[in-house]
Design a protein around this ligand. Structure first.
Ligand SMILES: Nc1nc2c(ncn2[C@@H]2O[C@H](COP(=O)(O)OP(=O)(O)O)[C@@H](O)[C@H]2O)c(=O)[nH]1
Ligand SMILES: [Mg+2]
Length: 296
């Protein structure tokens, strides 16, 4: 009897920047709902991904990376990540198997934490052999009373199913929190802005990604089913405009084209995107702008 009760729970995915938290969420959901890049601090918000299993629902919470930071935007991001540690049923602490064992960070972050934790050893594809994986598992296992240490490769999907099965055992009984036909709590408009911001993260360098916010100004479905989107890429300084626009508008075009492919895949319909470039001087240090762009 007891086994037939519906299970439902919240699971936060936490860890340092760039360890593969967002890649893992996408791998679990089976669709690209959050953005990823090889640069740290890609994720700026708390985003819930809804995963339905037979007889249950698990809500995974993707978070910005936890790091020491000075800038106002980054401090806000770390606050978002830290707040996702409490009030959930389970934590997935993700670490990078390709880096040295991160013992100080793990001890510091889990100090006083009562929520059960599964340690996720990600990027095991970067390790040469199984012996090294086993060594890392035992090194991490000694740092905290983890429920389990699970080796995966979120990039290839290797081990992700096993991880989800393991998690299911720790989820309490309860009613579903969301309808079973949605993938995320974030509105389509937000995801669309994120897909555009991801291309800026992937296609530009240095401070440009960190100086960029995206505002979706229009999102309308035409009678023929095509979705028409107008969005502004917002920069901190006038001098950054040239980089985003590129020679003869080439960079802006690439950003638009690549974002359109992702958005079309997610929405399952044809999409038209019109991009604008605007400057809001030092927006990342201004409370009113951080709020306006959804970061505070
Ligand atoms: N080699 C390898 N790279 C990965 C894996 N998972 C994620 N990555 C890469 O790590 C980088 C950071 O990923 P992301 O999900 O944005 O990390 P986050 O900042 O923790 O959310 C990206 O370049 C990913 O492609 C993995 O399993 N193996
Ligand atoms: Mg991320």
């Amino acid at each position: 009897m007891k086994n037939n009760k519906f299970k439902s729970g919240f699971v936060s995915i936490i860890g340092r920047p760039n360890v593969g938290k967002s890649t893992l969420l996408n791998a679990i959901i089976g669709e690209k709902i959050v953005i990823t890049s090889d640069k740290p601090q890609t994720t700026r918000n708390r985003i819930q991904g809804i995963h339905n299993i037979p007889g249950g629902q698990i809500v995974f919470i993707d978070t910005p990376g936890i790091h020491k930071s000075r800038s106002r935007l980054n401090r806000g991001m770390v606050d978002v990540a830290m707040s996702a540690i409490s009030g959930v049923d389970l934590l997935l602490l993700v670490v990078d198997a390709g880096s040295a064992v991160d013992q100080d960070f793990v001890r510091e972050i889990l100090h006083g934490v009562k929520t059960p934790v599964v340690l996720v050893l990600n990027k095991i594809d970067l390790l040469k052999d199984k012996g090294l994986v086993l060594q890392k598992i035992s090194d991490y296992a000694g740092l905290h009373p983890f429920l389990e240490v699970v080796p995966i490769s979120a990039g290839s999907g290797n081990g992700v199913e096993r991880l989800v099965t393991a998690i299911t055992a720790y989820i309490p009984e309860g009613p579903a929190m969301f309808p079973d036909d949605i993938l995320t709590d974030m509105p389509e408009k937000f995801i669309v802005g994120e897909m555009i911001r991801e291309k800026v993260f992937r296609l530009t360098q240095k401070e440009i990604p960190y100086s960029t916010a995206v505002e979706v100004e229009a999102f309308t479905e035409r009678a023929d089913g095509l979705i028409s989107i107008a969005a502004s890429i917002i920069l901190e300084r006038e001098t950054q405009k040239g980089i985003i626009i590129g020679k003869r508008g080439e960079m802006l075009k690439r950003i638009g084209t690549q974002a359109r492919h992702d958005i079309e895949r997610l929405l399952g319909t044809r999409v038209f995107i019109e991009l604008f470039v605007k400057v809001e001087e030092n927006w990342s240090e201004r409370t009113s702008k951080l709020r306006e762009f959804g970061y505070e």
